[in-house]
Design a protein around this ligand. Sequence first.
Ligand code: F6P
Length: 333
Amino acid sequence: MVEDQVPKKELKHKKTIAILTSGGDAPGMNGAIRAVTRTALNAGYHVLGVRRGYHGLLRGDIVELDSRSVSDVLHRGGTFLMTARSDTFASEEGLKKAVDMADIFNIDVLVVIGGDGTARGAKAIADKGVPVIVIPATIDNDIGATEYSLGFDTALNTAIQAIDKLRDTASSHERCSVVEVMGRESGYIALGVGVASGAEVLLVPEKEFDFNDDIVLTLIKDRNAGKQHYIVVMAEGVGLASDMAKRIEERTGIETRSTQLGYLQRGGAPSYRDRWISSLMGVRAVQAILDGRLNRMIIHKNGDCHDIDLEQALAAGKRPLEDSLDMADTITI
Ligand code: F6P
């Protein structure tokens, strides 16, 4: 964590940086690829793009990146290098192939952009001797070491816009609208979306809830207080919105509809925040390499980005949600 304690490795003879995106795509990945590429080229590095994540690395699906290759991508969602989830990679044999490919393509440092699983994959490669830098990117924003992972802001804005629309129709029909947002194991999206869209009920996998007390009673009390429409936001890790809507309608008598926002949340043009932070993270990644700080994760903290030891980053627990959940409770009726 303390920069002075990090052994500086000499990289003078090493000149190739390869970039890959892996796991679920996230808006802002392109901005990070662009910033790494241009900063690295500017510093005299040769830059390669590994296509289709770790899967592509094993197959040597690797192309040269120049300044023009990253033109016209900053404003685009997804990742132009494409991504994949690779099971083979996690095996000893897969890791050996990855190291071989790094050797064949003379890759000195691999910049890996993705979520928690991707970062753990990067650590496994680093343990085999290929230096890595990780840029956190996942709409789930569930990497504990960093306050921000690329894609979260855009995903929240997309979901909020959708819920504003759902509120119009729920209000016209005096219905309850149950909205399922992404987050298989984490409730950060649901929390952000729930607070920002003024949801009456907010359900996350991190906190147990009682169907009668926390949902049925809340909605009935709201109805008695004169509410004419209701929004329930739930993370996908809590269950299916369609099941929840059925149960709510049966128990409360309030007409209820469900919407699963699904992959809509992963796409779309990156927000200003994702464009800015992806650019900053990309620059910081190359700065770390230039300074000889390797096997690091770029994190966002207090409005700036810097690098910390990858192992320590992976050991950080999840950021707690409790305070924000309490705040959400207080400001809903
Ligand atoms: O990008 C993160 C995430 O959206 C999770 O919330 C979700 O559970 C998962 O990815 C699903 O992605 P896929 O279907 O691509 O594996």
